[in-house]
Design a protein around this ligand. Structure first.
Ligand code: NAP
Length: 266
């Protein structure tokens, strides 16, 4: 039995164990995925080697802090400045970021990124993955954030423009992507921006997947935009982790079904 794990704090709400265990079971991989609420990150990383854990998903608040304890980082992880995946190659721990891959696959299921402009709300780990993904596919990101220094730093690093989030009304772009947690359960009546500016965008994506229909997406639909929830990004980032850990393509549709059913039941 191979063990895979989630490191986060808190981890109670995570649907990763459900999704990954369903995938392993369908794939016939003899493995189990467990969540750990991490108290001491350095000790937890040492435990990956000590317990021969095959791979780890890393979530809030450790995506950046964990990097210093790993043996190697891939190029995208270095550029994004955050990882969400650890692979244990015989005790050598490598850090990867599959959030940007999940976001890219999810966006490309609905639109062509190349040549389009993307207004990205937020400047944290998910925003960094989004900026990286958009640039890599030939799109143009515009960063909007509440804290000016953090937003300017991100925009400066990737050579794109920055606006304060309150200036969103001045922006017209093909797609708006929310990477802030505003609107996430339990604050489902909150939106990071006012509904009356959404007609300036053709597509609106929320990286939040719980709830599936955030207030932002409900407002966007009313404004006539095409909408994308964070569900498919979540499924694909998780599927890419399994591919890295096992070398086998996981059953993405099944993973989507189990997560969707759980979200609808909650
Ligand atoms: P993070 O590093 O903490 O960054 C959060 C960002 O949101 C910061 O830029 C912060 O602005 C901004 N923000 C927070 N509260 C705000 C508010 N009330 N008003 C305006 N801006 C606010 O978090 P993260 O790792 O990027 O994750 C953010 C979200 O992305 C998560 O909550 C999750 O829903 C989503 N996500 C989804 C997936 C997926 O697979 N679907 C994967 C990763 C993340 P300041 O800089 O001003 O503090």
């Amino acid at each position: 039995m191979k063990i895979f794990a989630l490191f986060g704090n808190p981890i109670g709400q995570s649907l990763s164990p459900l999704m990954h265990n369903a995938a392993f079971s369908k794939m016939g991989v003899v493995a189990h995925y467990v969540s750990f609420c991490v108290e001491n990150l350095e000790d937890a990383v040492r435990g990956i080697r000590g317990l021969n854990i095959g791979g780890v998903s890393v979530t809030i608040p450790f995506k950046t802090a964990v990097m210093e304890y790993l043996d190697e980082l891939d190029d995208s992880a270095i550029k994004i400045g955050a990882i969400n995946t650890i692979v244990n190659y015989n005790g050598r721990l490598t850090g990867h970021n599959t959030d940007w891959i999940g976001l890219t696959i999810s966006l490309k299921e609905s639109l062509k990124i190349e040549g389009k402009t993307f207004a990205i709300l937020g400047a944290g780990g998910a925003a960094r993955a989004a900026v990286y993904a958009v640039l890599k596919e030939g799109g143009t990101p515009i960063v909007l954030n509440r804290t000016i220094e953090r937003g300017k730093k991100l925009a400066g690093e990737f050579g794109c423009v920055f606006y304060h989030i309150d200036d969103i009304g001045k922006i017209k772009a093909d797609c708006l992507i929310n990477t802030t947690p505003v609107g996430m359960i339990p604050d489902t009546e909150k939106s990071p921006v006012s509904g009356d500016i959404l007609e300036n965008f053709r597509w609106v994506m929320d990286t939040i997947y719980n709830p599936l229909k955030t207030k932002l997406l409900r407002d966007a639909k009313k404004a006539g935009c095409s909408v994308l929830s964070g569900l498919d990004m979540f499924i694909h980032q998780g599927a890419e982790q399994i591919k890295m850990w096992t070398g086998i393509e996981p059953p993405r549709e099944l993973m989507r079904q189990v997560v969707l059913e759980k979200l609808k039941a909650s």
